[in-house]
Design a protein around this ligand. Structure first.
Ligand code: VG1
Ligand code: CO
Length: 543
């Protein structure tokens, strides 16, 4: 094995965002871009000499060649063992699980998640720590610092490893173990949930449509839902991962998963519908004739988690990202458990999960998960829903109607204004930030501002402080608008406007969310002067 030390210079813009580093695929393929970043991860975590790592990705374009580079660099840097999914594939939750059960020193996940894939689309890479979770800010700061001072990287001069072959291989002294990406994850799901009850549900004629959106969950969902649990063959659609996700956008929301929405709104719709994203950590839940918002799904799962064997003793606590609706807080209150509000991004849940403060957590962007791994987990959410439906034998729409009757309904919507010029988005933001102190008491249409603040988070476990995590405008009566700039995009800026209003009047629980939120939407536009700054009068995507 020949080790080459290649001279390089820092490349600008290698700062990890909400979830790892994401760039245009072509940028990642530029000379030294990937190599610089991988070496900076290794250097940022104190080197990989003698260490073990899990490596895998969502199968998007460049996944295969990037993995070969990572393997050669890991070998050159002295790593002892790499566990890699067959053909370089691993869903994000499966990678998290493998890190945990093998006790590795972390892992590298190749994915830009819900961003499209292909030579003209996006690529990404993130490092997960030994607890299986996305690296916390302290670690990503070190990695970023390393990208700004890098002078050289190490790589071997060796042929490609055949990743289609299960079993052990090597580069010099570094062992490479190619494993079945699905097996360990499927075994974990069987431990958590009442598989016999779900099998009985399917055997009784219950129909599901799971849309894998040509992304990584196809093989997992086919194995678990169809082969093990007996869902009818063909229940999992778009099940073969493709490097371009079938030229689609693997973001499970009513816009990009329209095919599923149409199927679930049809008269002969299946009983249950779900979709997942590029790397398999998100979920969209639907019933016949109903779309369940991720915030409501989180609340319902928390309220009924005890149906599943893994959670039958109850929950330690729950956590949600700040922009996520407070529906789950109301459940926590009734259960008498703690509820935490964290910044956006799964990395902020890690400490709470590790410390045994929470059992279930989630985000409005369709991520839900629990202590079973340290990532959000799309298929896990689907299986918990199925376990709950198998126990209650109610329809999804009856479950939601009952939930709203019990707790009230947190009407919720997210409006995304995509690909705004960064200067315009930054100007909107800094103006609004400066205006926050003067907003209190001012009226905008039907609503009066009760409070306007910028969200900051003090981690209750390690005391770390995260500033500037979004602007919150609360109105008298409790309605709320939140504004953030996305940290996962690769061009321009995306402004996210999150809208929420609680309704407890039984006569008003079944409105169109956009109508129920109309006053909040108008007030938010007036306060942030969205059209004036961005030229946009309405959002590109409503979820
Ligand atoms: C988005 C979501 C956030 C999620 C993140 C990563 O971040 O809003 O909730 O954790 O994507 O999800 P942002 O910064 O664009 O709002 V994934 O499944 O794309 O890794
Ligand atoms: Co994802």
């Amino acid at each position: 094995m020949t080790i080459l030390t290649i001279e390089t210079t820092p490349i600008e813009g290698q700062k990890p965002g909400t979830s790892g580093l994401r760039k245009k695929t072509k940028v990642f393929m530029e000379k030294n871009f990937l190599e610089n970043y991988v070496q900076s991860i290794f250097d940022g975590i104190g080197g990989v000499e003698g260490k073990s790592l899990v490596v895998g990705g969502d199968g998007r374009y460049f996944n295969d060649s990037a993995i070969q580079i990572i393997l050669r660099m890991a070998a050159a840097n002295g790593a002892a063992l790499i566990i890699v999914g067959q053909n370089g594939l691993l869903s994000t939750p499966a990678a998290s699980h493998l890190i945990r059960i093998n006790g590795t020193d972390g892992g590298l996940i190749l994915s830009a998640s819900h961003n499209p894939g292909g030579p003209d689309a996006d690529f990404g890479l993130k490092y997960n720590t030994p607890n299986g979770g996305p690296a916390a800010e302290g670690v990503t700061d070190k990695i970023f610092a390393a990208t700004t001072t890098i002078k050289e990287y190490k790589i071997t001069h060796t042929p490609d490893i055949d990743l289609s072959k299960l079993g052990n291989q090597a580069i010099g002294p570094m062992k490479i173990k190619v494993i079945d990406p699905v097996a360990d994850y499927a075994a974990l799901m069987e431990e958590l949930f009442d598989f016999p009850a779900i099998k009985t549900l399917f055997a009784s004629g219950f129909r599901i449509r799971f849309d894998a959106m040509h992304a990584i969950t196809g093989p997992y969902a086919t194995e678990i839902l169809e082969k093990t649990l007996g869902a009818a063959p063909g229940s999992v659609v778009n099940a073969v991962p493709s490097p371009t996700f079938g030229n689609g956008h693997p973001d499970p929301n009513p816009i990009w998963a329209k095919e599923l929405v149409d199927a679930m709104m049809a008269p002969d719709a299946p009983d249950f519908g779900a979709a997942s994203d590029g790397d398999g950590d998100r979920n969209m839940i639907m019933g016949r004739g109903i779309y369940v918002t991720p915030s409501d799904s989180l609340a319902l799962l928390a309220a009924h988690a005890r149906c599943a064997p893994a959670y039958e003793d109850g929950l330690l606590g729950v956590a949600r990202s700040m922009p996520t609706s407070a529906a789950v807080d109301r459940v926590a209150e009734r259960l008498g458990i703690e509820a935490f509000e964290t910044p956006t991004g799964w990395k902020f849940f890690g400490n709470l999960l590790d410390a045994g403060r929470v059992t279930i957590c989630g985000e409005e962007s369709a991520g839900t998960g629990s202590t079973h791994v340290r990532e959000k987990d799309g298929l896990w959410a689907v299986l918990l829903w199925l376990n709950i439906l198998a126990t209650t034998r109610k329809s999804v729409s009856d479950m939601m109607a009952q939930h709203w009757a019990d707790y009230g309904r947190n009407y919720y919507s997210r409006h995304d204004f995509e690909d705004i010029e960064s200067e315009k988005a930054n100007a909107l933001f800094s103006t609004l930030r400066d205006n926050l102190p003067s907003l209190k008491g001012q009226s905008f249409g039907a609503l009066t501002v009760a409070e306007a603040t910028e969200f900051a988070y003090d981690d209750p476990v390690d005391g770390s402080h995260s500033a500037a995590q979004g602007l919150i405008i609360t109105f008298n009566g409790g309605a709320r608008a939140v504004l953030r700039l996305s940290g996962t995009g690769t061009v321009g800026a995306t402004l996210r406007l999150y809208l929420e209003a609680l309704e407890t009047d039984p006569a008003l629980l079944h409105q169109d969310p956009q109508e129920a939120l109309a006053d909040v939407i108008d007030a938010a536009h007036a306060i942030a002067r969205i059209e004036e700054f961005t030229g946009r009068s309405g959002p590109d995507v409503i979820t």
